[in-house]
Design a protein around this ligand. Sequence first.
Ligand SMILES: Nc1ncnc2c1ncn2[C@@H]1O[C@H](COP(=O)(O)OP(=O)(O)OP(=O)(O)O)[C@@H](O)[C@H]1O
Length: 400
Amino acid sequence: MATQMVLLNPVLTLISALVIPCISLVIAHLGETLRQISNEAHLTVAKLSEYLNEVLPSMLFVKASNAELCECSRFQRLAHADLSKNLRKKRMKALIPQIVQAIYVGVLLLLCFGSLVLLRSFFDGSRMVSFLTSLFLLVEPIQVIEKSDAVELDAVKGDVKFCDISFKYSDTSPLVLNKLNLHVKPGETIAFIGPSGGGKTTLTKLLLRLYDPLCGSILLDNCDIHKIQLKSLRRHVGLVSQDITLFSGSVAENIGYRDLMSKIDMDWVEHAARTANADGFIRKLSDGYETNIGPRGSILSGGQKQRLAIARAIYQNSSVLIMDEATSALDSKSEKLVRQAVERLMENHTVLVIAHRLETILMADRIFLLENGDLEEITQTSLLTKSGQYSSQISNEPVI
Ligand SMILES: Nc1ncnc2c1ncn2[C@@H]1O[C@H](COP(=O)(O)OP(=O)(O)OP(=O)(O)O)[C@@H](O)[C@H]1O
């Protein structure tokens, strides 16, 4: 387009070349302003939800302390701050395309007018239209500031690479991870052990892109996770969390959580439950797979909850699984059923497990000690000889 413009009229092209960077600067400035406003809006909504999470479960205490009015006004203050920040964000979002378009139209009109007045003699109408069209097509891509080139991954083998990863939670806090490198091959199970606060959970949070590393990159099947659509990344990387998040709703809805907004595949739900050793107890519930398990799965035992969480991971069918091993005590029969389910899970997935039980650690292909931001591979033998040293994190007993 630029060549075409030079051929049509070099003088006007020169003028346009001066104008285009100015437009880019204005657009970049608007984008930066929007980013700042968005950040502020995220903060206010975070404060509001933090407040609600704290106060709603303490309602009994609030009432007993006659503090309803005080809490009501605190809520109103936070809600109002959130509302005004979000309205500002919406206004800015709506305004930016209008401003950009107004600038384009203004510049085009200026160019039309200038060329008519100054160059009428050697710049006819058709050449003029051709020039302006070329200019428009040239400038158009500048506008795509919000378009993402993130890719969607269809199938993933489960190859994960952490390359020179460093991370800290804030500018003032110390490094949690320090130039850490790890290559996990497809189908491998890696156990992470280490002292509390060593950074095991943080490492897995980076893989899920809950946080971005300070430097370094994480690759999934050799594709930088920054370049993968977040939705796609989290479809391929599943999480079985330690606190076992179950929701009020039917067993089927909890297992088929991934498809809650579409159609849950009941055959696949039952397959997942069978693989996770959960089918037996589910069928004994009053309504089988349609039984409502109550808030946070309150009608289920600890072991049943764990098997349901594993069934959900199997249903999700992610190639990579992050498992933060639950530490709650189970009786030996239940413990065996859970262990079997975990073993089956490990068969078909790349698994990164934050392990607390010695048995789980020994099931892994490789074991890594994460301490003071560094990762050190240790063999089973040295683990067993050193087990006294890690005894606060590892136990043969189900409880740490
Ligand atoms: N959201 C957060 N903001 C600030 N610091 C955090 C946050 N989460 C964790 N940390 C800090 O980062 C460090 C690593 O925490 P992390 O949860 O990754 O450790 P961990 O090895 O998983 O510990 P544990 O075995 O006790 O779960 C700790 O010092 C912790 O205090």
